[in-house]
Design a protein around this ligand. Structure first.
Ligand code: AHR
Length: 637
């Protein structure tokens, strides 16, 4: 079926407009939905150092004869305030005595994979540990025996072993042989095949999904997690670097945020800390964009603020972070970066001051942070909040005030229904071209409403985001960065939906929204080209949206078209300013028959790009956009 009259779309290839920055399409990482511990950070043992509020959460004692062993939780807080707790296990010869760890909603174990076990120990006499990976029925699916020699000091012992069966809900069992007393801490298990095979590294499949997007930047570590429920619970980057055993665990603020999605075992071990975030950014070719606490706790929670006279330590954290990322190795923080294995700088160029703050308190803190950072590092570009909404009183106040103060980059957030995204494809067409740049820092179309558990990452949402993103691209002179949020969610441990990428302990998949993001990021182009229908940009006429750019390195024109209607739409695409189009155009089509269609773990690529080609005639392409389709067309010139 074809529409009767083909509409003419014109792309003016000889009129490149705004440059599209390499940072245009990026990713937003927050440790929400078990994105770090239990997700990207490949550690399989939950509560490995017994620092959760309940020190034995995640651990189960197994005793075949009553009284044949016991556990004492000790606290050496004065001696080791960052890792105060350890356990003392006393075990006797009769029967079986051991401990098991349940992992993060189980442990994802793969047949043939090697697992690296490590433990901090201080045995009074030799102790043999029988290590077993077990399936949910308690049957072994991989085992090893580790002898711990006596020691009066803490030492680290390790052993590696291979799993015989794939199991998504395995557990780790540690059996104690014979009689003895042993102090234990930092009990850890990692797969060998982490991202880049780094010991203690990241889950390779999840990083691969990010790398495949070729993101221009990665924002970390959030999100409200930066702010904390209160200031004590805020994210402090200095506590996330150095040796993992010295990174002080705290509760994850999403642990208690939503009563209906309570996650009592959600903490932050910081095994994935600021060094690892910078390294991840470098690995995937993304500019790092750290967001720091500006002396304000989450305003949806306590809204605690640090008084301005006491704010220096917060500002010092920001200055020291720039030294950590970029400083010479002879400096304190540059030296720590080098000691952690990265003497070369991480080339930090921008930083966020505060997450989703609002009100005059934010402006006060914005001023002192900006003054201090710009005085020392004038080239660092600062990202500033415009609050949680894209309009309304909070937004208007910060938008007006920060523009008058000549802020570098304003961070706008929009969690709205698909209709809002369609209506706002023109949002930036009338923004001040000489004001601050825009970072569309958090957005996602909500199929139901914000924080509803019924939100689905369906095709209707993804299609609306694609339409909206054509408006971001058309305005690339002021919109310089954009990222969907949140990024990750564990299917058994989430608090917030929708999310870009879902995973269980073994598998992962990108949603339809992921493929929209990926298509934009992989077809970014270098400068905007005018794309018009009857002389006007294509911003929803007959349900069609579009943008175009040139990719000067590839010598290609890239056209993005979104048909949000249930009708096919015939288009004649005329390319002005080219001599002729020499070969068929390549096209990538993303579509689904139903607007409520979704990808799932079992059908992970139901909605994913399909490659095709479009014949050209002279300077023209004739294309029919199928119903509910996002198309990216690349034309060699
Ligand atoms: O993305 C989830 C949350 O939404 C972020 O933590 C916060 O910045 C926003 O309110």
């Amino acid at each position: 079926m074809q529409t009767a009259v083909a509409q003419e779309i014109t792309v003016e290839a000889d009129k490149p407009g705004a440059a599209i920055r390499p940072t245009m399409w990026g990713i937003f990482f927050e440790d929400i939905n078990m994105a770090a511990d239990g997700g990207l950070y490949a550690e399989l043992v939950k509560n490995r150092s017994f620092e959760f509020n309940n020190p034995l959460m995640g651990w189960t004692e197994h005793s075949s004869v009553p009284g044949n062993g016991n556990i004492l939780v000790l606290n050496r807080g004065a001696e080791n305030p960052d890792n105060p707790r350890f356990i003392r296990v006393t075990h006797y010869t009769d029967g079986e005595y051991g401990l098991s760890n349940e992992g993060f909603r189980g442990m994802g174990i793969k047949q043939g994979e090697t697992y690296h076990f490590s433990i901090w120990d201080r045995p009074a006499a030799p102790v043999a540990l029988r290590l077993e990976l077990q399936n949910p029925n308690g049957q072994p699916i991989g085992s090893a025996r580790l002898l711990l020699n006596p020691s009066t000091d803490w030492k680290r012992d390790t052993i590696s072993f291979t799993a015989t069966v794939t199991e998504a809900k395995a557990r780790l069992y540690i059996g104690f042989e014979g009689q003895g007393v042993v102090d234990l801490d930092m009990i850890s298990l990692f797969p060998q095949h982490t991202w880049k095979q780094r010991p203690g590294g990241l889950r390779a499949d999840l990083v691969q999904l990010l790398a495949d997007m070729h993101p221009g930047f990665i924002r970390f570590p959030g999100g409200c997690i930066v702010e904390g429920r209160d200031l004590t619970n805020r994210y402090q980057w200095k506590k996330t670097v150095g040796r993992v055993e010295d990174r002080k665990l705290i509760m994850n603020r999403w642990n208690v945020e939503f009563a209906h999605r309570s996650t009592p075992d959600y903490f932050q071990s910081f095994g994935l800390g600021f060094f690892e975030y910078f390294q991840l950014a470098e690995d995937i070719g993304a500019e790092p964009l750290p967001i720091l606490n500006c002396g304000m706790a989450c305003q949806f929670n306590t809204a605690e603020v640090v008084p301005i006279p006491d704010i220096d330590p917060y500002i010092q954290d920001a200055l020291d972070l720039i030294e950590f990322a970029n400083g010479d190795t002879s400096t304190k923080w540059g030296g720590l970066r080098a000691a952690m294995g990265h003497p070369a700088p991480f080339h930090l160029k921008m930083m966020g001051v505060g997450n989703e703050q609002w009100g005059p308190q934010y402006v006060e803190r914005y001023k002192v942070f900006t003054r201090a950072i710009k005085a020392r590092y004038p080239d660092i570009r600062l990202v500033n909040s415009t609050g949680p909404d894209p309009n309304g009183e909070k937004f208007d106040f910060l938008n007006d005030t920060l523009r008058k103060l000549h802020a570098d980059i304003l961070d706008e957030h929009y969690y709205r229904n698909p209709g809002w995204f369609l209506q706002n494809a023109t949002r930036y067409d009338h923004y001040d071209r000489n004001g601050p740049k825009i970072f569309a820092g958090e957005y996602a179309a909500q199929s139901d409403k914000v924080v509803s558990v019924n939100n689905r990452s369906n095709w209707q949402c993804a299609l609306a985001e694609a339409a909206f993103m054509t408006g971001l691209e058309r305005n690339a002179d002021i919109v310089q960065m954009a990222s969907y949020a949140p990024l990750f969610a564990h299917v058994d441990g989430w608090q917030w939906t929708p999310d870009l990428i879902w995973f269980d302990n073994l598998r992962s998949y990108g949603t339809a929204d992921y493929y929209v993001q990926k298509l934009f990021a992989n077809n970014k182009g270098t400068a905007v080209l005018p794309l018009t229908r009857q002389g006007s940009p294509l911003t929803g006429q007959d349900g069609l949206y579009g943008s175009a750019c040139i990719d000067s390195a590839a010598r290609e024109i890239v056209i993005k078209l979104v048909n949000t209607t249930a009708q096919p739409q015939s288009l004649n695409i005329r390319l002005d300013g080219v001599r002729k189009v020499s070969s068929p155009a390549r096209a990538f089509l993303l579509s689904a028959a139903r607007l409520d269609a979704v990808n799932t773990l079992d059908n992970p690529t139901a909605i994913s790009p399909v490659g095709t080609s479009i014949p050209s005639q002279g300077k023209k392409l004739a294309s029919t956009l199928a119903p509910y389709t996002f198309s990216v067309i690349r034309i060699k010139i």
